[in-house]
Design a protein around this ligand. Structure first.
Ligand SMILES: Cc1ncc(COP(=O)(O)O)c(C=O)c1O
Ligand SMILES: [Zn+2]
Length: 459
């Protein structure tokens, strides 16, 4: 009914795989990420969506397919979602529910995740993983002894907080690898939730890249399960995040305020945009939206490895197809106009097969497109300074396929967007308002319908 396969090499993962997290060929220099290959059948209901998104969209979720294939009834699955949701609510004071979506101005909509479990969208990724772990154990796919394995994540912010809430709710050990500079308030909350913290200074023999991430990978090699928000380490983490895109699509359709032409999404490791783009594409495939909106990836001027990678892929295509336009130079901070021209030209002229070939070629030569940002970045949007965009390729694919382009925002724009969110009643952090900053930087005509994601409450 549904399938999981590597987007890099095509390796197919059977439904009864007890570790359906990472492609076995990962590490050969190519880009290997396990992802859903299909939009499963689903009959959207009409009207404003309500209730628990993990119940509402369960027929699209990977753990539901595993559960059904292994003999669990739909009622039993729903009962497990509800039981785990109650456990989350007991830890965090709130369970999963459809989050607000509304027009902040004509043709400008906000999806507000700041009141979500653990204060950001991140718990969606991790609750999706928790459901798979639960189904795997209950249907005998994994032995009960697997429970002894700790879960692991590298993060110092919203992802770690969400992981700690969900791990506590499912009564599992969680190892969190944090930088020595981690925020004291976050560290205190993680500790109170029972997470096992390891501070990770850079070691002389570390390869380039985030030392927390290197320690996390070592923990996984030693037997911990990747409980992270990076699809490259656990492709299933995208699955739960897809609920956000589905929700947004259904809510937009129910409002009936006009077409949704563009969505601006802030990019750190890239799982958020990957998941939202998939949800929007699935919603379009089922007729919820008339079109898949153009996806716009927003990064800060302090650190924009995804924008650099997008320009390299787009440049290859414009050159190969003899386009009269080119995207901006790799490191340009003000390249939006050139990138927009290139994206629009490619959307109008590039055959889908050419896009597929360019993405496949990029997957095979990852290091030519994605490598750790060279300098240590500083920004008020500290939550999206990942030095590598782990889920870069899915975002490059989604932006090109939808006619979107990336955008770089500066510090003043981030501060202004945070103030605008607060004035509009949404207590987002600067990280969480970066998508809104991007929406403005895109400078789209007032007639274009645009949505931004506000996620990550100010702490
Ligand atoms: C508030 C907020 N928004 C957006 C992001 C970006 O998500 P991703 O890292 O999946 O790109 C993060 C991630 O750290 C975040 O905390
Ligand atoms: Zn692979």
């Amino acid at each position: 009914m549904t399938a999981l396969a590597c987007t890099g090499c095509g390796h197919a993962v059977p439904l009864d795989e007890p570790r359906p997290f990472r492609c076995p060929r990962a590490g050969d220099g190519g880009d290997h990420v396990l992802a859903r290959t299909d939009a499963p059948p689903w009959e959207p209901a009409s009207g404003q969506p309500a209730g628990n998104p993990f119940v509402r969209y369960r027929a699209l979720a990977y753990p539901w397919h595993v559960a059904r294939a292994r003999g669990m009834t739909d009622d039993a699955y729903v009962a497990r979602v509800e039981a785990l949701d109650r456990a989350v609510a007991a830890v965090d004071g709130r369970g999963f529910a459809i989050t607000p979506y509304r027009a902040a101005a004509p043709t400008r909509w906000w999806k507000d995740e700041t009141g979500h479990v653990a204060g950001s969208h991140k718990a969606r990724h991790l609750f999706g993983l928790a459901l798979w772990l639960d189904v795997a154990e209950r249907t005998g796919l994994t032995a009960a002894a697997e429970r002894a394995r700790p879960l692991a994540i590298a993060s110092c912010g919203n992802a770690a907080l969400a992981a700690a809430v969900v791990a506590r709710a499912i009564d599992r050990r969680l190892q969190v690898f944090v930088p020595p500079t981690a925020d004291a308030v976050v560290v205190a909350r993680l500790t109170a939730l029972g997470a096992e913290l390891t501070a990770c200074p850079r070691r002389a023999d570390d390869p380039p890249g985030d030392p927390c991430y290197h320690r996390f990978q070592a923990a996984v090699r030693a037997g911990a399960l990747p409980f992270s928000c990076q699809g490259s380490d656990n492709g299933l983490t995208i699955d739960g995040g897809v609920t956000l895109g589905l929700e947004l699509a259904e809510q937009h359709a129910a409002l009936g305020e006009g077409p949704l032409d563009h969505v601006a999404i802030q990019i750190g490791g890239g799982a958020l945009a990957t998941a939202v783009a998939r949800g929007l594409a699935w919603a379009h495939a089922r007729g919820v939206l008339a079109m898949t909106p153009a996806i716009h990836a927003v990064q800060t001027a302090a650190c924009f490895p995804l924008v650099r990678a997008w320009r390299r892929v787009a440049r290859g295509l414009t050159e190969q197809l003899g386009a009269p336009v080119r995207p901006a130079d790799d490191d340009a901070r003000d390249g939006t106009a050139a990138d927009a021209d290139a994206a629009r030209w490619l959307h109008a002229h590039a055959p889908p097969a050419a896009l597929d070939r360019a993405v496949a070629a990029a997957a095979a030569a990852r290091a030519q497109f994605m490598w750790p940002w060279e300098s240590a970045p500083r920004s008020v949007a500290s939550g999206i300074l990942d030095d590598e965009t782990y889920d870069w390729l899915a975002i490059v694919r989604a932006t090109l396929a939808t006619g979107g382009w990336p955008v770089v925002v500066d510090e003043a724009a981030l501060v202004a967007a945070r103030a605008e969110a607060h004035a509009g009643g949404v207590p987002a952090s600067a990280t969480g308002a970066a998508g809104l900053a991007g929406l403005h930087a895109l400078d789209l005509p007032a007639t274009a319908g645009v949505a931004a994601l506000l996620t990550g409450v100010e702490r």
